[in-house]
Ligand binder design. Structure first.
Ligand SMILES: Cc1ncc(COP(=O)(O)O)c(C=O)c1O
Length: 331
């Protein structure tokens, strides 16, 4: 269902008036991937939105979310950010960088085993001055963050928890704004394909598409969870995002059309697949662009499969939204 243009104009004006942290230089480039398309016999017009090339903190999709999250924390007097992720979390690295740039401390609750020799994101988080605590599995992250917040409060600090992936309604505003950024660059894709996990990127892109009254499909290639779980999360985030822009949450939720595909995960989160290995090599060898096995290589593999087997029509303009993750190649 398409939204009333008066409502969408007002919502986009509300977003434009909202404070955002600079965190790098925007817009990120949009490149043609003609050599990749030609090498793989793909007839669709293929573009890439290069959020891997965000200049701040080694970039990636979390930076766009933190541009909206950080000013909100600063306005609330927060001095310590607590968040969570795996040992090689891109989100942890981006949050530690954003906290550092705002003069805040960052405490990370990490599921996994403390590395004896930290590499890649784990190493960068140390350079950024974050502190760490380790828990055995994902289910322990939330209670551990809450306990950490209590400890910081008792010590007289002003902590705030940034949920996994900064996938909150405020964080998702970053990807609502990103759709406007893309349109201002003159690219109007029929289909956007991106890597998804905690739902914030999808929620923002889908809400952005609805608010700009586009017909663009947004396909999230899941890095882990099944479609029903991701879509429930996306709807919850969009339901909270609407009121931030002066809309009824339900009105915006009714206007989005989430598509989530978990058939490219393979044997599990972060495990390479044959298709992700081929996508990684093809992007590097035709375009000099790096994608990672956990997220962006699986998303690119999905995009290529959809283009080759007709799930995306050959006359479509397709945009691969590169969400970053290349730091993990050094793990
Ligand atoms: C490189 C990369 N791409 C995609 C995602 C998924 O984004 P989201 O959590 O917003 O669904 C993440 C984080 O989980 C990521 O680090």
């Amino acid at each position: 269902m398409s939204l009333d243009p008066n409502l969408t104009r007002a919502a986009l004006a509300t977003l434009a008036a909202r404070p955002s942290a600079s965190l790098g230089h925007f817009p990120t480039p949009i490149d043609r991937f003609d050599r990749l398309a030609a090498a793989l016999g793909i007839r669709q017009r293929l573009f890439a939105k290069r959020d891997d090339a965000i200049t701040f903190g080694f970039g990636g999709n979390k930076v766009r979310k933190l541009r909206y999250v950080i000013p909100d924390l600063v306005a609330s007097g927060v001095d310590t950010v607590i968040t969570c992720g795996g040992v090689q979390s891109n989100h942890a690295r981006a949050t530690a960088a954003a906290a550092a740039s705002a003069g805040m401390a960052c405490h990370l609750v990490v599921n996994g085993v403390e590395p004896t020799v930290p590499t890649a994101n784990a190493l960068l988080c140390r350079h950024l001055g974050a502190t760490f605590e380790y828990v055995a599995d994902r289910s322990e992250r939330k209670p551990a963050m809450e306990r950490a917040a209590d400890r910081f409060r008792e010590a007289g600090r002003h902590p705030a928890i940034v949920p996994l992936g900064a996938s909150t309604p405020i964080g998702a505003l970053g990807y609502v704004a990103a759709i406007g950024e893309m349109l201002a660059q003159g690219v109007h894709p029929d289909v956007i394909v991106h890597a998804g996990s905690s739902g914030g990127t999808s929620a923002g892109l889908l809400a952005g598409v609805a608010l700009h009254r586009l017909e663009t499909r947004v396909i999230s290639i899941s890095a882990d969870d099944p479609p029903a779980a991701v879509i429930a999360e996306v709807r919850a985030i969009v339901g909270g995002l609407g009121p931030l822009l002066g809309l009824e949450g339900a009105t915006l939720v009714d206007a989005i059309r989430p598509e989530v595909d978990d058939t490219f995960v393979g044997t599990g989160y972060g495990h390479p697949t044959d298709a992700s290995t081929r996508a990684l090599a093809a992007a590097a060898r035709t375009e000099g662009v790096f994608v990672d096995h956990t997220y962006s290589a699986k998303a690119l593999a999905g995009l290529l499969a959809y283009c080759q087997d007709g799930r995306i029509s050959t006359d479509a303009t397709v945009l691969f939204w590169h969400t970053g993750g290349q730091v993990a190649l050094f793990a």
